[in-house]
Ligand binder design. Structure first.
Ligand code: FES
Ligand SMILES: [Fe+2]
Length: 337
């Protein structure tokens, strides 16, 4: 069952660093306030700041003069100024001023790549182009966009390659084992049969015999961003809104680390929304962190080169399909490079 078809080293590197041509959440919105922030995503250093209107700007975090990190410098609104010798670079990557020298030819040059930015539901998304193409629209699942739902963002840094974090979500069966002691996944069969079903944007991987008891299905989609969706039933004592939906994103940081973004969602309005948000903040969020920590502990300590020495079985078919989709995309991207 474990089909091994080797990717070229270039495609493997592209996949490990992160596929391009996609939007990725990179930071929660609250993390960018007055001063520029330096981050690494998809193995690139990026400087992010807000202008006076609150709009987000993102450029490569490297001063075109001698390479100091621009994120260490000053926020001048539409520009940042390098701390080292004062060069000012605009949000589109063009050098606005070289204050130490008169008439420096660097002024007016586009010196750095810039990233298109959007803010959605409390997170900053950046577009990582393949070449220089304009960003495509970003169509997220309705739980992320419709007013009928109430969303809470949870984000964490994990010291594992992003592909393992995607594998983990594409693997519903771990709910009944790894999270067996949790508030939401203590019930249901310890064995299951699965099937895959195609969707417009990807696929659903679901149990054939059990629905609405545990982590019983998961969906992979690519619609401008790669997202994962799943739902977990909630017992009545956890308040109004029925099942608990999670829409998740995994953003590569380096080849050995990633940042996960999970929106925790319920279909609640009016007073029920207040009840759910209150319950979440006071009680459920802590319980969910315990669950997420179980995932993190396992994923950060997988065997070296785990993926190359696996024995996969029927429960791993959904994960294998998604791996194949991602591998094909990586191969396509490096072939066009
Ligand atoms: S390194 Fe930035 S101005 Fe010199
Ligand atoms: Fe998990």
């Amino acid at each position: 069952m474990n089909e091994i078809k080797r990717l070229s080293p270039e495609a493997e590197a592209r996949l490990n660093q992160g596929l391009l041509g996609l939007w990725y959440p990179v930071l929660p919105s609250w993390a960018v306030q007055g001063t520029p922030v330096g981050i690494t995503r998809l193995s690139r250093n990026i400087a992010i700041w807000r202008d006076a209107d609150g709009a987000v700007h993102a450029i490569e975090d490297r001063c075109p003069h001698r390479g100091a990190r621009l994120s260490l410098g000053w926020n001048l609104g539409d520009r940042v100024a390098c701390w080292y010798h004062g060069i000012e670079v605009r949000g589109d990557g063009v050098v606005a001023s070289v204050p130490a020298v008169q008439g420096c030819p660097l002024e007016g040059q586009k010196a750095l790549p810039a990233y298109a930015a959007k803010e959605i539901e409390g997170a900053i998304f950046l577009y990582f182009p393949i070449a220089d193409e304009p960003p495509p629209p970003l169509d997220l699942p309705e739980e992320m966009t419709s007013d009928a739902y109430s969303r809470m963002l949870c984000t964490a840094h994990w010291k594992c390659n992003w592909r393992y974090a995607v594998d983990n979500v594409m693997d519903p069966m771990h709910g009944a084992y790894l999270h067996a002691q949790s508030h939401s996944m203590a019930e249901g069969d310890k064995q299951a049969e699965f099937r895959t079903r195609k969707t417009q944007t990807g696929l659903v991987f679901e149990k054939t015999g059990q629905m609405g008891v545990n982590f019983d299905w998961v969906e992979f989609g690519n619609s401008g961003a790669i997202w994962l969706r799943l739902s977990i039933p909630y017992r009545r004592k956890f308040g109004p809104g029925g099942p608990f939906t999670i829409v998740g994103f995994v953003t590569p940081v380096t080849e050995t680390s990633c940042r996960v973004f999970f929106w925790r969602i319920r279909k609640v309005q009016g007073w029920q929304r207040h009840v759910w948000r209150f319950l979440y903040r006071t009680r459920l969020e802590g319980l969910h962190w315990q669950v997420l920590e179980q995932d993190r502990v396992v994923l950060e300590d997988m065997a070296p080169r785990a993926r190359e020495q696996e024995y996969l079985y029927q429960h791993d078919v959904g994960m294998s399909r998604v791996r194949r989709i991602l591998e094909q995309e990586a191969a396509r991207q490096v072939a066009h490079a």
